[in-house]
Design a protein around this ligand. Structure first.
Ligand code: EZ4
Ligand code: CO
Length: 402
């Protein structure tokens, strides 16, 4: 099956998405997500200017060889732009192989290991009461696992809290919005949120929380300890993880389960975290970590340390990424949970897909390939719109982690 053409489709049905479409001489096409939030056009150029010329004429079945060619062959290894581009190619090739085999992708990844893919939704509110009400609403929608984020008294805004509750979209402006952050205010408030949630919802509901890289290791250790009575499913991105050894300190102090890795792009970013069992869930995704091939390599390596997957699934990961992720989750023995922030109806229309939500879980569906397509005519009606994630400053002006 020869690759005869490939092109990049950029569309903004409410938010920007970059999609790679690969066409073959068998009349089949494959799709891969290449969206890097806030840096979209860098990946589009990497694909169009540097990768596509190398793809045309190759055998689309040689997924591993093409992966190695793009990774080793670039000389410059790793990094989010490179790995997103490689991820898009890899996802499109797996889509093609499964279509050529006339099978849903999960069959090629080892077949079905579970009947459904447990997801968690995002509840958020301006204060504790509003957040509790949102958690109740998510429960009524069928969710069995819910992430809770609340506004912090004394802070005008914070990560994870939005006016439009169903569609939180942090990349909200043509230039980065500046937010103010106070760790003491956050640390004083957050245990109260989870105390209130346990009082109202009891012990059974799976509750998650995203710290979004804002604490130092010792502060993260303190929060993890303070949250222990409320038995979280996980505490996410407690501290930045460029220094993987930082998690040793958190681990020494708390049994609150830890999740990390949505910004990672290769197995090297999590090697020590996994080997030393410093985390419980690895959040790396199909799009940002080199596609199905590399994410499966990370997940299999994680299984050795009883680390489970908990893939990132925010709105900036396109339906193409979600479809691919759900097929891997259906087959992977050490799947843990999948994040699920619904896309807007406009996005769902541009990307018709076989996956569906039922009773707090997603199902990848039985369509051949990864089951996600793109309506190019419709996509063309939504031109690219520059958008950035916010930045964070401490109250004295110091630039901090957003
Ligand atoms: O901030 O996807 O767990 N989810 C998250 C997301 C990320 C965005 C960044 O592009 O942390 O909301
Ligand atoms: Co996160």
């Amino acid at each position: 099956m020869k690759i005869i053409a490939a092109r990049v489709i950029v569309t903004c049905p409410g938010r920007n998405f970059v999609t790679l479409k690969i066409e073959t001489d068998k009349g089949l096409h494959g799709l891969g997500d290449a969206t890097l939030n806030g840096r979209e056009l860098a990946v589009a150029s990497y694909l169009t200017d540097h990768i596509i010329p190398c793809l045309v004429g190759r055998d689309a079945h040689q997924i591993e060889d093409i992966w190695q060619f793009l990774y080793r062959g670039a000389y410059w290894r790793r990094g989010p732009v490179t790995m997103c581009a490689i991820g898009a190619v890899d996802t499109a090739l797996w889509d093609l192989k499964a279509k050529a085999a006339n099978m849903p992708l999960y069959q090629l990844l080892g077949g079905r290991s579970r009947s459904e893919v447990l997801v968690y939704g995002h509840a958020n509110g301006r204060d504790i009461e509003e957040t509790c009400d949102e958690v109740a609403r998510y429960q009524s929608l069928g969710y069995r696992a819910i992430r809770a984020q609340s506004g912090v008294p004394g802070l005008a805004s914070t990560y994870g809290v939005s006016a439009d509750k169903m569609y939180y979209e942090p990349a909200d402006a043509a230039l980065p919005t500046e937010n103010l952050w106070s760790t003491p205010k956050y640390l004083a408030h957050t245990p109260k949120l989870f105390e209130a949630l346990r009082v109202r919802f009891g012990a059974d509901l799976a509750l998650l929380h995203d710290v979004h890289h804002r604490l130092t290791p010792i502060e993260a250790a303190r929060l993890g300890k303070a949250l222990e009575p409320y038995a979280l499913f996980w505490m996410e991105d407690a501290t930045p993880a460029e220094n993987q050894a930082a998690f040793r300190l958190i681990r020494q102090h708390t049994v609150t389960p830890l999740a990390v890795g949505e910004v990672f792009n290769t197995i090297w970013d999590c090697k020590q975290l996994i080997e030393e069992q410093l985390v419980d869930f690895i959040r790396t995704t199909v799009v940002h970590a080199g596609g199905i091939t590399h994410l499966k390599r990370i997940a299999d390596f994680a299984a050795l340390s009883q680390v489970r997957t908990g893939c990132h699934g925010a709105t900036d990961l396109s339906p193409v990424c979600m479809g691919a992720s759900l097929h891997l989750a259906t087959a992977q023995p050490n799947f843990g949970i999948q994040e699920y922030m619904r896309h807007t109806p406009e996005t769902d229309e541009v990307f018709p897909h076989a996956y569906f939500f039922k009773d707090g879980a997603l199902h990848c569906g039985e369509r051949i390939g990864h089951g996600v397509d793109i309506d190019e005519k419709l996509a063309a009606k939504y031109p690219y719109k520059r958008a950035y994630l916010p930045v964070n400053r401490l109250e004295d002006g110091t630039l901090w982690n957003w």
